[in-house]
Design a protein around this ligand. Structure first.
Ligand SMILES: CC(C)(COP(=O)(O)OP(=O)(O)OC[C@H]1O[C@@H](n2cnc3c(N)ncnc32)[C@H](O)[C@@H]1OP(=O)(O)O)[C@@H](O)C(=O)NCCC(=O)NCCS
Length: 115
């Protein structure tokens, strides 16, 4: 599996966001997009193709997102997840994300803080 990523900078050298894509044999199997405009990064979307789930793609995308945030001096990485989405919650908890705020309409905000 191969990971590629793109960091966007709109009108200065300050990164505003990043997208990471995962390929398996030239097939796009997953992506993660995050905003980098605040002190902590924020995951806007994480998606793995149904046929590729359960093989570590989500884990690798999130791991790379954390590396990018850490290397860029962010305070951490945050995200919002639906309370019924147990697969995503398990993934985030395994990376030491902790709940830190109640979101809207059945969503909870989680954060991983760099120490
Ligand atoms: C959530 C999602 C990104 C996980 O991607 P994935 O590539 O299947 O996950 P991985 O194979 O890397 O699994 C990593 C961990 O996630 C958790 N996990 C993944 N699928 C799970 C499931 N069906 N049930 C419970 N836990 C699950 C486990 O903790 C797993 O670790 P383990 O393999 O050691 O048990 C994927 O299911 C998906 O795209 N879902 C639809 C979109 C979505 O919900 N995105 C997140 C929005 S916040």
């Amino acid at each position: 599996m191969q990971l590629n990523w793109l960091i966007s900078k709109i009108d200065s050298d300050t990164p505003t966001g990043a997208t990471i894509v995962a390929f398996d044999n030239n097939e796009l199997v997953g992506s993660l997009t995050m905003s980098l405009s605040e002190p902590a990064g924020f995951v806007r979307s994480l998606f793995v193709a149904e046929a590729a789930r359960g093989r570590g793609v989500g884990r690798r995308l999130l791991s790379r997102a954390l590396q990018i945030c850490h290397a860029g001096g962010r305070t951490g990485l945050a995200l919002s997840v639906k309370d019924s989405n147990t697969a995503a919650q398990q993934l985030y908890k395994s990376f030491d994300f902790v709940p830190h705020a109640v979101g809207n309409e059945g969503y909870t905000k989680y954060i991983h803080v760099f120490r």
